[in-house]
Ligand binder design. Structure first.
Ligand code: PLP
Length: 390
């Protein structure tokens, strides 16, 4: 029995797949650097091991949403460029500056806080100005851009910061041909041109997420920020499957069957009795539930590979468990049930669960709970120790 065989459940993370995905994405965006987006604990895969593996495969930047996520990477010994973009008043700006993290600034309140923190730290901040080119979420509106650029340049001249990047984010890159794509590209070019004309000399200009990296070469600029594709998942089924995009899913979610038992015809199954056995049958208990990230919305629809056949969640997904109708099959208790993985053993994929639950595959992997141990496979010695050559 190997050491993972006795686990109730596990999320197996294939770091060789992640490294291969990073290399494939770098080839797609040859000429641009690659930022490995490892926010939200590496989309549920584990930020630090994934960051190390991505670095080993040539990612020169790491990206997170919150400063705390970025600081955790530094604390784990990851050096090189790290950027984070989701700030709220109060920072921690000074800690980020002292940890050499590139910080995103999309408005004057943030610029003023970072300038003050740089003064307190006694060293310049590395600031990337974020433009709202049409997403309508974070970032500076075109009408406010000149004010932000002017104040940033004044702070740069005063030695408080260096503007290291000019960047933005797409709204609809996963819908090829969507008119907002060309519109955002045009606005981005204008906003970059304005800032550069005023005297900003950015090291990196960047706009592309995974779908843009895969389908919009003119959006690659100096750097692409890849999240979901690095984890081997297609950003949208319309763009192709993982295999069609040259990617391999990194996470496999599996559980040990907890119980197999006979049940008579007409037996209600799980809370609310939304499933009733149509005939005498066998039922299998799968010991993962919505607390583990199995979506309750996939009650009655989520697929799982058990005993060589894909079964469907029978009735409701509960907090810790769900049931499948095994139709007379009798796998042993302890047999492996695979909820999703790359798909080449006949198991469902995260995309299949997304469709079953009415959501996107991003949400399926990102929500896998802390109670599910991540088991890393194909990890190199350097990734284990943190001594990744770069
Ligand atoms: C600003 C930013 N850039 C890049 C990404 C990566 O997106 P994707 O996972 O589609 O590659 C995200 C994730 O949502 C993001 O918020």
């Amino acid at each position: 029995m190997n050491e993972t065989a006795s686990l109730r459940a596990r999320a197996e993370i294939d770091l060789a797949a992640l490294r291969a995905n990073v290399r494939a994405l770098r080839e797609r965006a040859a000429g641009a650097q690659l930022m490995a987006v490892v926010k939200s604990d590496g989309y549920g895969h584990g930020a630090v091991p994934c960051a190390r593996a991505a670095r080993a495969a040539g990612a020169t930047w790491l990206g997170t949403a919150t400063p705390h996520e970025a600081l955790a990477l530094r604390a784990a010994g990851l050096d090189g460029r790290i950027m984070c973009w989701l700030w709220t008043p109060g920072g921690p700006w000074r800690e980020a500056i002292e940890a050499d993290i590139d910080v995103s600034v999309g408005g004057l309140w943030a610029l003023r806080e970072v300038v003050a923190a740089a003064g307190a730290a006694g060293r310049p901040a590395r600031v990337q100005l974020k433009a709202d080119t049409g997403l309508g979420r974070g970032g500076c509106q075109p009408a406010d851009w000149s004010g932000l650029v002017t104040e940033a340049l004044a702070a740069e001249r005063a030695g408080r910061l260096k503007v290291t990047g000019l960047w933005s984010h797409f709204a609809c890159a996963d819908e090829p041909g969507h008119p907002s794509i060309a519109a955002q590209l045009a606005v981005y070019r204008d906003m970059v041109a304005y800032a550069e004309k005023e005297g900003v000399e950015p090291e990196v200009r960047h706009l592309a997420n995974s779908p843009a990296t895969l389908t919009i070469p003119e959006a690659h600029f100096d750097l692409v920020r890849t999240g979901i594709a690095m984890y081997g998942i297609s950003p949208a089924p319309e763009l192709g499957t993982s295999a069609e995009l040259g990617l391999r899913p990194v996470m496999t979610l599996a559980a040990a069957v907890a119980l197999v038992k006979d049940a008579p015809a007409g037996h209600g199954v799980s809370y609310g009795h939304h499933y009733t056995t149509p005939a005498e049958t066998t039922l299998g208990l799968i010991p993962v539930g919505y607390a583990d990230g199995v979506p309750r919305h996939a009650s009655g629809s989520g697929p799982v590979l058990v005993g060589g056949k894909v079964r469907t969640v029978a009735g409701r997904v509960a907090m810790d468990q769900f049931v499948v109708d095994l139709e007379g099959d009798r796998p042993e208790a302890g047999a492996e049930a695979v909820l999703f993985g790359p798909g080449d053993r006949g198991e469902p994929t995260a995309q299949d669960w997304a469709e079953a639950a009415g959501t996107i595959a991003y949400e399926i992997v990102t929500r896998i709970g802390v109670r599910v141990p991540r088991v890393y496979v194909n990890e190199t010695a350097d990734e284990l120790t943190g001594g990744v050559p770069r």
